[in-house]
Design a protein around this ligand. Sequence first.
Ligand code: SF4
Ligand code: SF4
Length: 93
Amino acid sequence: MVAINEIEIVDSSATIEEEIVPEVKDSSTVEPSSYVVDAEVCIGCNICVRKCPVGAITMKDGKAIIDSTKCISCGICADVCPVKAIHKTNDEK
Ligand code: SF4
Ligand code: SF4
């Protein structure tokens, strides 16, 4: 019989970052696409504003607006929007 060695579990003191930090691509490689909000569909819930990692979304008149100069096209806002009001501008229709 083989003796089972005790495995020492080292408690890592490193904290796990919960925040999702998408890789920021070099601007020369970023597609010219961005994400846009369909104001007709947006219910102004503010979720996308809170989830955007680069602060590219603001609220105006109860609707979300994406600043395409800041947007890194990570797609998080489109994923979290409960009414699917956010689409990629170059989405094929
Ligand atoms: S695609 Fe990403 S970076 Fe662009 S507005 Fe949405 S959450 Fe922000
Ligand atoms: S998550 Fe969707 S519905 Fe909510 S504010 Fe953003 S675009 Fe509008």
